[in-house]
Design a protein around this ligand. Structure first.
Ligand code: SF4
Length: 349
């Protein structure tokens, strides 16, 4: 009962807040989707602005990566394996879905270990797994590789475009700016441990709060960040999942197969130390991931500004007009974790 009363107080205070404007960035695409699903923006005072950051993996993947995947999918005896929305993102000429329509071999996966089963069942086909994502999914690719090696599978490779959070957050603060607080990504923190975000809060002098994905958890996180504006600091409000040191087993597995590298981000260019690539000794399992830096925005698309919070999706002239989920111009409208998609489906302005 006391907790319910507290939540009611939080809801009322967030609705009636009349202090200085507070700009809060959620850097995780899953938070972006959860914020829309729970109708959080409509519960906040107009003086509390939520801004989506660069944490949707599909949205930040550069066109050179898509182009390489398309090229591989059109190669004889080669099949590209991918999760979800990546299949619909356009490269400089076409998407994987377009390539598939032209006869290329592209297959959606529902579980990463399906890649192992496919490679074993079809030894005459070379499989390339599109390995995109953040700290949360990199351990999954490490486990796939471990299994492939253990079973002597040689017809499965990874095309990696793996990102890490700390450097891109620094980039956003230094290049886009104007952020009063960060909703730190709960899933990433579950792997890395809370210390990564505690250190960033200290270094940048901006508050960070680690949050879960339920509506109530997000409201409590936003409330904490409003109170912390201008003071800095760190809180972990997702302690049931996020520990100080994170998932040691997952981190060890990643460390064994991957190393830190520079990485290119849609609209942000190459950011030093912001990605992971296969270690030199495992590069025989790499399908040509190094040096995929080129990026071409679709004409008129403003994803590069949306991704760092310089404009909100509804400020893009194409938003809701020629660009909708059924006719998406840019990756931010394709992905269900993209900010344009989530603004559109929830009617957010
Ligand atoms: Fe790009 Fe469409 Fe978003 Fe505009 S609304 S930034 S065109 S994805």
């Amino acid at each position: 009962m006391a907790a319910d009363n507290f939540l009611q107080t939080v809801i009322k205070e967030l609705e009636n807040y009349d202090g200085d404007e507070v700009r809060i960035m959620e850097v995780c695409g899953t938070h972006t989707a959860a914020i829309s699903e729970n109708g959080i923006p409509s519960m906040l005072s107009p003086k509390i602005k939520l801004i989506s950051g660069p944490g949707c993996p599909v949205c930040v993947t550069v066109t050179a990566v898509i182009d390489r995947l398309v090229e591989l999918s059109l190669t004889e005896n080669t099949c590209v394996l991918t999760f979800g929305d990546l299949i619909r993102v356009k490269g400089s000429k076409m998407s994987l879905a377009d390539a598939k329509a032209e006869g290329a071999k592209v297959r959606m996966l529902y579980s990463p270990m399906e890649s192992i089963a496919l490679a074993k069942e079809n030894p005459g086909t070379n499989y390339v797994f599109a390995a995109i994502g953040f700290e949360t999914t990199t351990p999954v690719y490490a486990m796939v590789l471990e299994k492939a090696m253990a079973e002597n599978i040689t017809n499965l490779k990874l095309l990696t475009s793996l990102k890490t959070m700390p450097e891109v957050i620094r980039w956003v603060v230094n290049n886009a700016g104007g952020i009063d607080g960060f909703i730190a990504p709960g899933h990433v923190a579950a792997v890395t441990g809370e210390g990564v975000f505690r250190d960033l809060a200290k270094e940048l002098g901006i508050p960070f709060v680690v949050s879960g994905f339920e509506g109530e958890q997000l409201l409590l996180t936003i409330y904490a960040l409003v109170k912390m504006k201008g003071k800095g600091g760190f809180k972990n409000l997702y302690k049931q999942v996020v520990t100080p040191n994170g998932n040691e087993k997952a981190k060890e597995c990643v460390e064994k197969y991957f190393e830190c590298a520079d990485s290119s981000w849609r609209g942000m260019g190459k950011i030093k130390g912001s990605g992971m690539v296969l270690r030199e000794e495992f590069r025989t399992y790499d399908a040509g991931s190094i040096g995929l830096d080129e990026d071409h925005m679709p004409p008129g698309c403003s994803c590069e500004k949306v991704l760092v919070g310089k404009i909100s999706p509804s400020q893009c002239p194409l938003f809701g007009k020629s660009c909708t989920p059924d006719n998406a111009h840019g990756a931010c409208m394709v992905s269900t974790e993209g900010s344009c998609y989530n603004y559109y489906i929830s009617g957010r302005k």
